[in-house]
Design a protein around this ligand. Sequence first.
Ligand SMILES: Nc1ncnc2c1ncn2[C@@H]1O[C@H](COP(=O)(O)OP(=O)(O)OP(=O)(O)O)[C@@H](O)[C@H]1O
Ligand SMILES: Nc1nc2c(ncn2[C@@H]2O[C@H](COP(=O)(O)O)[C@@H](O)[C@H]2O)c(=O)[nH]1
Length: 204
Amino acid sequence: MREKGLLIVLSGPSGVGKGTVRKEIFSQPDTAFEYSISMTTRKPRKGEIDGIDYFFKTRDEFEALIGQGKLLEYAEFVGNYYGTPVDYVRETLDAGKDVFLEIEVQGARQVRDKFPEGLFIFLAPPSLSELQSRIITRGTETEEVIQRRMQTAREEIELMDLYDYVVENDTVEAACNRINAIVVAEHCRRERVSIRYKKMLEAE
Ligand SMILES: Nc1ncnc2c1ncn2[C@@H]1O[C@H](COP(=O)(O)OP(=O)(O)OP(=O)(O)O)[C@@H](O)[C@H]1O
Ligand SMILES: Nc1nc2c(ncn2[C@@H]2O[C@H](COP(=O)(O)O)[C@@H](O)[C@H]2O)c(=O)[nH]1
């Protein structure tokens, strides 16, 4: 039987650099993960493309998807829905490929309940002031939304101990290297455990 892929969940506060780190990982030619494109009711930012950055939906469409059980997890984050399409994740894992989710903290908790065997990584900022300056520098949010995202960030940082790993995003390169090293190490560890179990079962 084919081994299932690993579900890798990268989460952390808004503005910490999840999208930047994820894009850098996916720009590396030897990356073998599949990125799960999320659904959102947020309006596209300049340059964002439907089906590449997100699947952009109306609230009615999103709520219908919730009702049909089409989302592995979803959350309302600062006034918009965000969610992960369940079929894509299950089919890709069943095909033996690793799936990479980049989602906020409430969603990561829901995924943990459904996929406790997933690999949960919290991306942390060097400091709260650096986090705020990154959101401001990105220039995509109003002052009011920045303040709401910062308040949410303080609550999210309290939850970092629930993750398997905390990775500091001091530089993008260092954060990507740490994440890649964690995934390699987890594959080795899990394969060793699974071989040990198979041998144990054969011996019984
Ligand atoms: N290591 C880093 N050092 C300095 N700036 C960074 C670093 N990583 C990301 N940034 C910058 O911080 C800003 C926020 O990054 P990004 O949009 O990737 O964050 P995010 O966590 O995906 O945010 P959101 O959750 O709101 O989508 C961007 O302007 C990005 O260029
Ligand atoms: N729970 C989920 N959170 C998601 C998903 N896709 C993205 N996100 C997170 O939402 C916030 C805001 O994103 P932005 O693009 O408006 O800045 C950020 O933390 C994303 O990581 C998802 O499918 N589920």
